[in-house]
Design a binder for this molecule. Sequence first.
Ligand code: SAH
Ligand code: SF4
Length: 351
Amino acid sequence: MPSRFDHTRAELTELLRGEPRYRVDQVWRGLYEQFAGPEEMTNLPKALRDALVTALPSALAPVVERVSDKGDTVKLLWQLDGGSRIETVLMLYPARATVCVSSQAGCAMGCGFCATGQAGFTRHLTTGEIVEQVVYTARRARELGRRLSNVVFMGMGEPLANEEAVWGAIERIQGDIGISARNITVSTVGLVPGIRRLAERPLPVNLAVSLHAANDALRDELVPINRRYPLDVLMQACRDYLRAKGRRLSFEWALIDGVNDRPSDATELARLCRSLPLAAHVNLIPLNPTPGYATKGSPLRTVYEFRDRLESLGVNVTVRANRGTDIDAACGQLAGGGSGNEPAASVSGPG
Ligand code: SAH
Ligand code: SF4
């Protein structure tokens, strides 16, 4: 059964056949603008409200919500229909509030340093399951006095391996929730056909490519899909994306101690950046610890040396502030389960 946010407006219209026409608008706005559940839509007659509670079930069952020590990161663990679990992270910054959404339960891409990859693939999320993560966190942000401003597809899963559902969600996030495409970022491990199709879609979303290595030998090891879409093919797709969209492209680079944090890695990365028609932006993330990967993140001194070297080679670069490591909500730590080190004080019930 399609969940609350899986229904298109046409399907909702069909569902509300026999009701006055303005009801479609009331329900749609209730869901996407007020972030209300049908039971809260007091502008509807009670009987209709009750019928909609059954007809528009929510897709995500909250399991636990954890708040970081500083209170600026909220991680939500959900159970999906069928039992698998996914995570969503809300990050509050001074000037923006960003939600990091999952697009799949697990991931089939097998990057060894990533907790989601270590867990393997379970299933694709539907459009409704993705949209509900955004609506729920938009409501949560509003309760905290904030407006959700950005959406990044950097949670569990590879968004370009689940293109249609992801695209359906992007249309809903932009058109109905009202978050501009310029504030939506799709992060990919480098699925070239997906990048090419994304370039042809009408909305100019941002593209982030998880590079982590700038030569094929190392990237083959870190990111196995590189064997199918090696760097020259990937970079050509990036160039074409930039020409088609004129949007900023970013490269994600998780710095792994002694693996991809050497001066020669920075030089190779700078060379790749220079081969693009528009300046790319590099995001450096010191590798976060995960249970299934022995190598550590680079020490901070190496991180800053790496950054300085890139800067001196003319590359735009930022070191991504590490968010939510105390609640295992940081990049690559989402595994859809408990971590065993949950400080009781930061665990609160759902809602
Ligand atoms: N599958 C997509 C999106 C989800 S991963 C992708 O790979 O781009 C979001 C980001 O976290 C990616 O850049 C990914 O490479 C990075 N990441 C994965 N594991 C990490 C870890 N242990 N430490 C830091 N970043 C990690
Ligand atoms: Fe999948 Fe991205 Fe993790 Fe690789 S880094 S396993 S593509 S979620």
